[in-house]
Write a protein that binds this ligand. Structure first.
Ligand code: CA
Length: 208
């Protein structure tokens, strides 16, 4: 199949539309309808009332794009419980959906602020510094502990050519996210799993 060149303006408009679509449903699933199905069937019926309240409070915030999608929150809660995490840390907090998800999944003797050996660290801060965070976080998490890096598919831009039209904030951090992904794949201290939920979350289990 041959790709035909789309006129610049039209391409840009199409890209903006695609971008907006991505920004709205924040999912890599094939359609909005499928994502709605996931939310309505499996996520909303089990969503904690405090999380629901927080999600509804922030959904009209101009920067709501930064909120953790509820299906991703559900995954985090499951992971935190599976590894019996007690000491957790979150780097980069927006209105706190993922932080609250973690807190709700912790046992009563769990702690959010305790320097030492962390069971679970969720990194969702400035993407340009992801590699720097990794250098430190890997030392903080215990062997067998888990790190989650959020937005590692960066609105799908990681698979787009470098000069493809994309929104500025996407373009500006794309290289850093790709660099992190490469680094994680070659870091022998961890096992990794790229999960295409939300905007992509990479789970890293420290093994040495
Ligand atoms: Ca995020």
């Amino acid at each position: 199949m041959t790709m035909t060149e789309t006129p610049m303006a039209e391409q840009q408009q199409q890209n903006e539309l695609n971008g907006h679509k991505d920004l709205n449903h924040k999912s890599l699933l094939q359609s909005d309808a499928l994502y709605q199905y996931v939310l309505e069937t499996s996520v909303y019926p089990r969503e904690h009332e405090s999380l629901k309240e927080l999600r509804e409070m922030t959904q009209n915030h101009p920067r709501n794009i930064m909120a953790t999608p509820p299906d991703e929150g559900q995954l985090i809660m499951m992971l935190v419980k599976l590894i019996n995490a007690k000491n957790t840390m979150e780097i980069g907090v927006y209105t706190g959906y993922s932080l609250l998800s973690t807190a709700l999944a912790l046992p009563h003797d769990g702690k959010k602020n305790n320097m030492g050996k962390y069971d679970f660290v969720f990194v969702d801060a400035d993407k340009n510094n992801y590699l720097n965070y990794h250098k430190r976080v890997i030392e903080l998490v215990r062997i067998g502990g888990l790190i989650g890096y959020d937005n590692t598919l960066w609105f799908g831009s990681v698979a787009q050519p470098p000069h493809a039209p994309m929104m500025d904030f996407v373009k500006n951090s794309r290289g850093y996210v790709m660099e992190l992904n490469k680094h994680l794949a070659s870091d022998e201290r961890i096992e990794i799993c790229q999960i295409p939920v939300g905007d992509g979350i990479t789970l890293c289990r420290r093994i040495i």
